[in-house]
Write a new protein. Structure first.
Length: 138
C-alpha cells in the first residue's frame, strides 16, 4: 500500500500514525485500492484511488461509537468519496442515534458509506452499522 495513503489518523488511541494490529483494515484496503499488474498480492478495485485511513478498531476488532463518529466526520472533512464501514456487531444501542445522524450527514454531502458485514459467530441477529439510509441496508 506504499504511496496509497493520502492521510491517516488513529481514533482508537490518538495520534496521526496508524498501525493495523488486527489486520482487517489492511485486508479491506487491499481489496479496495491495491495496485494492479505488479505481481504482488491482489489487484484492487480502484488502483488509482488514494486512501484516508481512520483507525477505529482495537487489536481484537472491537469498535466504539466514540471512535467511529469522529472518524466519519474526519473522513468527510478530508474529502472521502467512499467511507468503508466493514464491520458489524451486536453491541449496545447506546449512541446509535448519533451514529445514524453522522452517517446520514455524510450521505447528504454525497459521501457513500459502504458496509461489509456478516453474522457474529453463529448468532442469529443482523450485524450492521446502524443509520444507513433506506435502500442501503440488507
Amino acid at each position: 500500500m506504499v504511496g496509497k495513503i493520502a492521510a491517516q489518523k488513529n481514533f482508537f488511541n490518538g495520534g496521526n500514525v496508524v498501525k493495523d494490529r488486527y489486520g482487517h483494515g489492511t485486508h479491506v484496503a487491499g481489496i479496495d485500492a491495491a495496485l494492479t499488474n505488479n505481481g504482488r498480492g491482489v489487484a484492487g478495485g480502484c488502483s488509482a484511488c488514494k486512501l484516508l485511513v481512520a483507525k477505529v478498531m482495537d487489536s481484537s476488532g472491537g469498535v466504539e461509537d466514540a471512535n467511529l463518529i469522529p472518524a466519519i466526520d474526519w473522513s468527510v472533512k478530508h474529502g472521502a468519496d467512499v467511507i468503508n464501514l466493514s464491520f458489524g456487531g451486536l453491541g449496545s444501542d447506546a449512541g446509535n442515534e448519533v451514529l445514524g445522524a453522522t452517517i446520514r450527514k455524510a450521505y447528504a454531502r454525497n459521501r457513500r458509506c459502504g458496509r461489509r458485514s456478516g453474522r457474529q459467530r453463529g448468532d442469529e441477529h443482523e450485524t450492521v452499522p446502524r443509520g444507513l439510509p433506506e435502500g442501503h441496508r440488507r
